[in-house]
Design a protein around this ligand. Structure first.
Ligand SMILES: *[C@@H]1O[C@H](CO)[C@@H](O)[C@H](O)[C@H]1NC(C)=O
Ligand SMILES: *[C@@H]1O[C@H](CO)[C@@H](O)[C@H](O)[C@H]1NC(C)=O
Ligand SMILES: *[C@@H]1O[C@H](CO)[C@@H](O)[C@H](O)[C@H]1NC(C)=O
Ligand SMILES: *[C@@H]1O[C@H](CO)[C@@H](O)[C@H](O)[C@H]1NC(C)=O
Ligand SMILES: *[C@@H]1O[C@H](CO)[C@@H](O)[C@H](O)[C@H]1NC(C)=O
Ligand SMILES: *[C@@H]1O[C@H](CO)[C@@H](O)[C@H](O)[C@H]1NC(C)=O
Ligand SMILES: *[C@@H]1O[C@H](CO)[C@@H](O)[C@H](O)[C@H]1NC(C)=O
Ligand SMILES: *[C@@H]1O[C@H](CO)[C@@H](O)[C@H](O)[C@H]1NC(C)=O
Ligand SMILES: *[C@@H]1O[C@H](CO)[C@@H](O)[C@H](O)[C@H]1NC(C)=O
Ligand SMILES: *[C@@H]1O[C@H](CO)[C@@H](O)[C@H](O)[C@H]1NC(C)=O
Length: 414
C-alpha cells in the first residue's frame, strides 16, 4: 500500500471513528464481577408500518438512553450469551453470540418494536409488538479480539422490510478481561475504506462547487414470491439546506447518492409501493401510489434523513402530498433530462437519467416508456432547428429563382 493511500485510509478511518463517537451507545453485560460482552455502536432502524392510508417509513436511531436489559446474560451451558438493549416504550435490540474454538459470531440479531408507541410510529393502524430476527448477520471475529466495523453496514431482518444499519461498532463477547482486547478483527467494509475517497463521501462537509452528475443506480424491489415488482434506474442528487458546524452558517449541501454503496429495500402492495435507499448516513424513501380507477400512478411521498457529521442535528424532512413522476399502470416513466423535485423548502431531489416503474412490472423488465415533457421538448429542438434550416434553404432558393428571373427579364429589356 502506498504511503498516500495509507494516509487516506487513516483519514477516512479517523473520520468514521469520529462519526462513530458522535452517536455511539455503550453497553456492558456482566456476570457478577466479570464482564463478558462489551459493545460500543450506533444503530438505526428503518421500519415500514401500515397506517390507515398507506405505509409509512420511519428511521429510528438507537438512543443514547438505551440500557442493558435484564434479559441479557453471559450464558451458561446450553444458553448463549446475549446482549439485549432496551429503549423507549418497549423496544429492544438483541444480539445472541456463539463461538467455536477460533471465532465468535452474532448468531441471532433481533429487533422488537412496539407499534403502540406513537412517538416512533405515528398513526400506526396495528397496535402490536413485533419481533423480527435474522441469523445472517455477517458479524464474526477471532476470539480474544475486538470486532471493529466503523463503516456503516445494513442488515435486513428475515424477509421483512426492516433494516438495521450499524456503524461505529467496537464490540467483543467471551471477553478474557474487563477491557476490550487491543487486538482487532476488522470487518471487510473497513478494510475497503481505502477505495472510498473521503472527499467523495457524504460524510464530509459538502461544499460548492456541486459535484458532477451522479452515477445511475439500479434499484429493484422484489415480491415475497421472488418476482420484481418495482424497477428504478436513476442517478440521484440531494440538495439539503442545513446549518453547518464547520462554517457556522446555513449552507446548501449538494450530495450524490453513490450506487455502489447504496443498499435498498422496499415493499409492493396493491396501491402503494415503497423504495428505501440507504447510503451511509443518508436514507431516502420513495412512496408511489396507484389510482386503480384511472390506472395512473405517481410519486406521492419522499422522505429523507441524513446525519452528516457537519450537521448540528440529524436532518429529517418529508412530504406526503407530492405528485411527481406520473405514469400509466404497466408502463414506465422516463426522464433522461435532469429534473428538480422540490420536496420541502430545505430539501429537493435532483434526478438524472431516470426510469421507474412502481406497478405492473412483468418479466422483470420495464414496460413501454412514457417520456417526460422535458425529454419531449428536448426532442423538439432538433426538429425545430431542422425545420427552420429547411425553411431558410427554401427562402434562399426562392429568392435566387426570383432574382434569376428578374435579371433574365433585365437582359430582355436591354
Ligand atoms: C466482586 O468484587 C467485590 C469487590 O471488588 C468483592 O467484594 C466481591 O466478592 C466480588 N464478587 C464476586 C462474585 O466475585
Ligand atoms: C393519513 O390520514 C390522516 C388523517 O386521516 C392525515 O392526518 C395524514 O396526513 C394522512 N397521511 C398521509 C401520508 O396521507
Ligand atoms: C433470535 O432471538 C429472538 C429474540 O431473543 C428470538 O425470539 C428468536 O427465536 C431467535 N431466533 C433464533 C433463530 O434463535
Ligand atoms: C483467549 O484468552 C483466554 C484467556 O486469556 C485463553 O485461555 C484462551 O486460550 C484464548 N483463546 C484463544 C483462541 O486465543
Ligand atoms: C407473485 O405475487 C404477486 C402478488 O404479490 C402476484 O401478482 C403474482 O402473480 C405472483 N407471481 C407468481 C409467479 O406467483
Ligand atoms: C439547491 O436548492 C436551492 C434552493 O433551495 C437552489 O437555489 C439551488 O440552485 C439548488 N442547487 C442545485 C445544485 O440543485
Ligand atoms: C457563529 O456565528 C455567530 C453569529 O454569526 C457568532 O456569534 C458565533 O460566535 C460563531 N461561532 C463560532 C464557533 O464561530
Ligand atoms: C464505487 O464507485 C466509485 C466511482 O465509480 C469507484 O471509484 C469506487 O471504487 C467504487 N467503490 C466500490 C467499493 O466499488
Ligand atoms: C382516481 O382517478 C379518478 C379519475 O381520474 C378520480 O376521479 C379520483 O379522484 C382519483 N382517486 C384518487 C384517490 O385520487
Ligand atoms: C409538499 O409538497 C407540496 C406540493 O409540491 C407543496 O405544496 C407543499 O408546500 C409541500 N409541503 C411542505 C411541508 O413543504
Amino acid at each position: 500500500m502506498s504511503r498516500a493511500l495509507r494516509a487516506a485510509a487513516l483519514a477516512a478511518a479517523a473520520l468514521l471513528g469520529w462519526l462513530a463517537v458522535a452517536h455511539a451507545v455503550s453497553f456492558e453485560v456482566k456476570d457478577g464481577n466479570s464482564t463478558c460482552i462489551k459493545a460500543e455502536l450506533s444503530a438505526s432502524f428503518f421500519i415500514m408500518y401500515s397506517t390507515s392510508n398507506g405505509t409509512n417509513t420511519v428511521n429510528v436511531q438507537l438512543p443514547s438512553s438505551a440500557v442493558v436489559d435484564s434479559g441479557s446474560s453471559c450464558g451458561s451451558s446450553g444458553v448463549s450469551p446475549e446482549l439485549l438493549a432496551s429503549f423507549g416504550d418497549g423496544h429492544s435490540l438483541g444480539l445472541v453470540f456463539s463461538k467455536d474454538d477460533r471465532l465468535y459470531r452474532v448468531l441471532n440479531l433481533s429487533l422488537t418494536y412496539n407499534l403502540n408507541d406513537s412517538t416512533y410510529f405515528p398513526q400506526s393502524s396495528k397496535k402490536e409488538i413485533v419481533t423480527l430476527d435474522t441469523n445472517a448477520t455477517g458479524i464474526s471475529a477471532q476470539l480474544n479480539t475486538t470486532y471493529r466495523c466503523l463503516s456503516s453496514s445494513s442488515i435486513r431482518l428475515g424477509g421483512s422490510n426492516v433494516t438495521i444499519t450499524f456503524s461505529g461498532v467496537r464490540m467483543e463477547a467471551y471477553m478474557p478481561s474487563a477491557n476490550l482486547s487491543s487486538k482487532e478483527s476488522v470487518c471487510s467494509a473497513d478494510l475497503h475504506a481505502t477505495t472510498v475517497a473521503p472527499t467523495q463521501s457524504p460524510t464530509t462537509a459538502p461544499t460548492p462547487p456541486a459535484p458532477r452528475n451522479p452515477e445511475r443506480g439500479n434499484y429493484n424491489v422484489t415480491n415475497v414470491n421472488g418476482t420484481v415488482c418495482l424497477l428504478a434506474n436513476m442517478g440521484l442528487q440531494l440538495n439539503v439546506t442545513y446549518f453547518s458546524k464547520s462554517q457556522n452558517k446555513t449552507v446548501k449541501g449538494i450530495v450524490n447518492l453513490q450506487p455502489n454503496r447504496t443498499s435498498f429495500t422496499g415493499l409492493c402492495e396493491a396501491t402503494t409501493a415503497t423504495l428505501v435507499l440507504m447510503d451511509g448516513l443518508t436514507n431516502l424513501s420513495f412512496a408511489f401510489m396507484l389510482n386503480v380507477t384511472s390506472k395512473k400512478y405517481h410519486l406521492s411521498a419522499l422522505n429523507v434523513s441524513a446525519a452528516w457529521p457537519d450537521m448540528t442535528a440529524p436532518f429529517t424532512v418529508g412530504n406526503s402530498s407530492l405528485n411527481y413522476l406520473q405514469g400509466t399502470l404497466g408502463r414506465s416513466y422516463m426522464c433522461t433530462t435532469e429534473q428538480i423535485l422540490p420536496v420541502t423548502n430545505t430539501f429537493s431531489l435532483n434526478t438524472f437519467s431516470l426510469q421507474v416503474q412502481p406497478f405492473g412490472v412483468t418479466g422483470n423488465k420495464f414496460g413501454t416508456a412514457e417520456e417526460c415533457q422535458m425529454d419531449k421538448d428536448n426532442m423538439l429542438i432538433p426538429i425545430i432547428v431542422g425545420a427552420a434550416l429547411a425553411g431558410l434553404v427554401l427562402i434562399v432558393l426562392i429568392a435566387y429563382l426570383i432574382g434569376r428571373k428578374r435579371s433574365h427579364a433585365g437582359y430582355q429589356t436591354i
